[in-house]
Design a protein around this ligand. Structure first.
Ligand SMILES: Cc1cc2nc3c(=O)[nH]c(=O)nc-3n(C[C@H](O)[C@H](O)[C@H](O)COP(=O)(O)OP(=O)(O)OC[C@H]3O[C@@H](n4cnc5c(N)ncnc54)[C@H](O)[C@@H]3O)c2cc1C
Length: 435
């Protein structure tokens, strides 16, 4: 791994990216940086959904908590993502059943459903954001339709999940006006949210409960012990517990986690605002869409009716020079009718993936917990991951320890070689998308 800092490789210190979200959400007050020694019950490193949710749930139980964030609240994947709030894990239930057996697969399904409920509950009183119901999964190959439909039946029969239904080709076309899809499913238990507003909403709740949030305070070392010591460039935190919530931006801060959670980049563009009828002519009923490609295309409308279209990935440290051109290409394959539509925003973000796409939870030295590697499926699961870490510290460790028992193998090649090997594997799969 080159000596490049992911926290600044594509971004300026202290500045949000040129995203639709950052330009349209009000940050809470400027928060201080850490320039002193402090003592707390729990130090949370990273102010994304994992860290904010961990801090919030701990503060609700009376713990003193400090969040130490290298950049700004929601600066990472949490403030840049597609906003899709979906149940299930990134690995599907059939995969989990064969990997872990029915009982564990069921427990993972239940946790995923709790994660969606948790986002709904936490965002319910945030007046500028909330979950909009419905994700349509579309099949980009005819042969995938029967697979998707059989999976719906499986969820219904085995898990009693009745919020999803199959869509014929005509029904899919009626909801998503694209020639690219052959059928799909509509999951009304899932939905979408403005992710940065949600992160700010969580941060406001934290501040109201007395959580100290320090921005622009990069943690440079975490030493285990009692207390554990969390060192920034300007200060020191003595903490009984530490929650590492750095996900794709972790870098070299913890080698055990870094061996299993690898950063990759994903990109989104936002069109100019459209009329209500233009919106309905592309996606009906304000649902979100995710397709069956290996490099998933995912899209939905913003509050001010821009199409937010996510697609394409990169596996090096640097983002492509022209993100607009990179993402406009898959957008026009799905919606050729948008060829004259202006693109107003383009941005990228870094997320953490694992070898088998299951999140990586780990407890180190007893009092250092880490939750990350949601593999592009973290709006709900990271919120839940933070809560599970908080529960473990509050003395109810069952769920956290269960998640930690799910195997997440190390990437072959170690930190130096994993990127080139992953690039080869990913290129092969994304080439299959095109064939
Ligand atoms: C473009 C994109 C689209 C996505 N779309 C979806 C989607 O539609 N649905 C979905 O479920 N998931 C999606 N994801 C994934 C989802 O956003 C993540 O899984 C989730 O936000 C992870 O939250 P987190 O808090 O663990 O990590 P992050 O939000 O990345 O937060 C980590 C934080 O740690 C901080 N940090 C790192 N190192 C240090 C340090 N040394 N000191 C202090 N702070 C540090 C970072 O600055 C950052 O703020 C997407 C991700 C991307 C990038």
């Amino acid at each position: 791994m080159p000596n490049m800092d992911l926290l600044t490789a594509n971004d300026k210190q202290g500045r949000y990216p040129n995203s639709y979200y950052a330009k349209n959400a009000n940050h809470i007050l400027e928060l201080p940086s850490l320039f002193s020694d402090i003592e707390v019950d729990v130090c949370v490193v990273g102010a994304g959904f994992t860290g904010l949710s961990a801090a919030l749930h701990l503060a609700q139980s009376g713990y003193s908590v400090a969040i130490i964030e290298a950049q700004r609240i929601g600066f990472g994947a949490s403030g840049r993502n597609g906003g899709q709030v979906s149940g299930g894990q990134r690995m599907d239930q059939e995969g989990l059943e064969s990997m872990l057996g029915d009982e564990h697969a069921r427990a993972l399904w239940d946790i995923s459903q709790q994660s969606v409920d948790l986002v709904r509950e936490l965002s319910a009183d945030m007046n500028d954001c909330g979950v909009v119901d419905g994700i349509i999964h579309t099949a980009h190959r005819e042969r995938y339709v029967s697979e998707e439909h059989a999976y719906t039946d499986h969820l219904c029969d085995k898990y009693g999940y009745g919020k999803i239904r199959n869509l014929s080709r005509e029904e899919t076309r009626d909801l998503v006006n694209s020639p690219a899809y052959y059928g799909g499913t509509l999951d009304m238990g899932a939905g979408h949210i403005d992710p940065l507003r949600y992160a700010f909403g969580l941060a406001r709740k934290c501040v109201d409960l007395g959580v100290m949030i320090y921005e622009q305070s990069k943690v440079i070392d975490v030493q285990s012990g009692d207390p554990a010591l969390v060192k920034t460039e300007g200060g020191l935190v003595h903490a009984k517990f530490v929650v590492l919530a750095c996900n794709g931006y972790l870098g070299r801060l913890n080698h055990r986690v870094a061996a299993r959670v690898m950063p990759i980049n994903n990109f989104i563009i936002a069109t100019e605002p459209m009329s209500e009828s233009a919106q309905e002519a592309l996606i009906k009923n304000n649902h979100a869409v995710a397709d069956s490609k290996f490099v998933v295309n995912y899209f939905r409308f913003s509050l001010d009716r821009r199409l937010l279209f996510g697609g394409s990935e990169s596996y090096g440290y640097k983002f492509p020079g022209d993100i607009t051109a990179t993402v406009r290409k898959p957008m026009l394959q799905i919606y050729p009718q948008l060829k004259d539509t202006r693109i107003d925003y383009a941005w990228g973000g870094t997320l953490g993936i694992t070898m088998n796409r299951m999140p990586h939870f780990e407890r180190m030295e007893g009092n250092i917990l880490s939750a990350s590697g949601y593999s592009g499926h973290g709006v709900a699961m990271a919120t839940m991951g933070g809560k599970m870490a908080a529960d473990a510290i509050r003395g109810q460790a069952e769920q956290f320890d269960f998640m930690a028992s799910v195997p997440t193998p190390r990437f072959p090649g170690g930190m130096m070689l994993r990127s080139p090997m992953l690039v080869l594997a990913m290129l092969w799969y994304s080439m299959r998308d095109r064939l």
